[in-house]
Design a binder for this molecule. Structure first.
Ligand code: URA
Ligand code: SF4
Length: 209
C-alpha cells in the first residue's frame, strides 16, 4: 500500500482533513467502508483519546465513538473528571475494517500495514491538536503503536513515551487503558472493568493538572 501521505493536505485544518480523508486510497480499506472517519473535538486540546478504528455506527455516521463504546467512554471521562471541552477523539485507522455474515458487519482488527498506511492522518491530527497527553484505548491500538509484544494488562494506567513506530510529532506522554467495548463485553465483572477504566482516566487527568 502506498500510504496516506499523498492525500494529506499540506496546511491541514480539521475541516480540510475531514474532506480530504474521503479521497484517501492509502490502503484498501476505503473500498468497503461507507466513509472515512476523521477525529472530532478541540484543536488544540489538552488530551487526545485514541481508539482503534471506526465501528459499524461510526462508519455510517462519520464520527468517532458515537456507538455503544462511545457511550461508555463519555461516561467514564465524566466520572474521571475530564472536561470534554479539553479533548479530541480519534482512531489509529480511519476506515472501518469488517467482514460480513449475512447482513451483519463484523469488526476485524486493522493490520500493521493499515496502521502504517494511515499514520500520516494521525500525524496531521497531532500537529493540530498538540495534546499534552494521549490516552490509548485498547490492546489493538496498543499493539498498533507499540508492537505485538504490547499487553494492555501490563501497560495500562501509567505514563509512557510516544512510540517510535509512528512518525509523528509525539505528545509528552501516552497512557494506555482498556477499550470501552471491553467493558461492554465483560459479563460478571462489568462494574470492575468500568471502574478500572475510570481509574486509568483519572491518572491521565491528574497528569494534565
Ligand atoms: N471503537 C473505536 O476504537 N473507535 C470508534 O470510533 C468506535 C469504536
Ligand atoms: Fe487511507 Fe487510512 Fe482509509 Fe487506508 S484506512 S484508505 S490509509 S484513510
Amino acid at each position: 500500500a502506498p500510504g496516506a501521505s499523498a492525500w494529506v493536505p499540506d496546511r491541514p485544518t480539521l475541516a480540510r482533513l475531514r474532506t480530504a480523508v474521503q479521497d484517501c486510497r492509502g490502503c484498501e480499506l476505503y473500498r468497503d467502508a461507507t466513509q472515512g472517519v476523521m477525529g472530532e473535538g478541540r484543536t488544540p486540546a489538552r488530551l487526545m483519546l485514541l481508539g482503534e478504528q471506526p465501528g459499524d455506527r461510526e462508519d455510517r455516521e462519520g464520527e468517532p465513538f458515537v456507538g455503544p463504546a462511545g457511550g461508555v467512554l463519555d461516561r467514564a471521562l465524566a466520572d474521571a473528571g475530564v472536561d470534554p471541552e479539553q479533548t479530541y477523539t480519534t482512531n489509529v485507522v480511519k476506515h472501518f475494517r469488517f467482514h460480513t455474515v449475512g447482513k451483519r458487519r463484523i469488526h476485524d482488527s486493522p493490520g500493521r500495514a493499515h496502521v502504517t498506511a494511515c499514520a500520516p492522518w494521525l500525524a496531521a491530527e497531532l500537529s493540530l491538536v498538540r495534546p499534552a497527553g494521549v490516552v490509548l484505548l485498547g490492546a489493538t491500538a496498543g499493539k498498533a503503536l507499540y508492537g505485538t509484544g504490547f499487553r494492555v494488562g501490563e501497560a495500562r494506567g501509567r505514563l509512557q513515551d510516544w512510540p517510535e513506530l509512528v512518525e509523528a510529532p509525539g505528545p509528552p506522554w501516552v497512557l494506555a487503558t482498556v477499550h470501552p467495548s471491553a467493558v461492554l463485553r465483560a459479563r460478571d465483572d462489568r462494574q470492575a472493568a468500568y471502574d478500572g477504566l475510570v481509574a486509568d482516566l483519572r491518572v491521565a487527568r491528574t497528569a494534565l493538572d
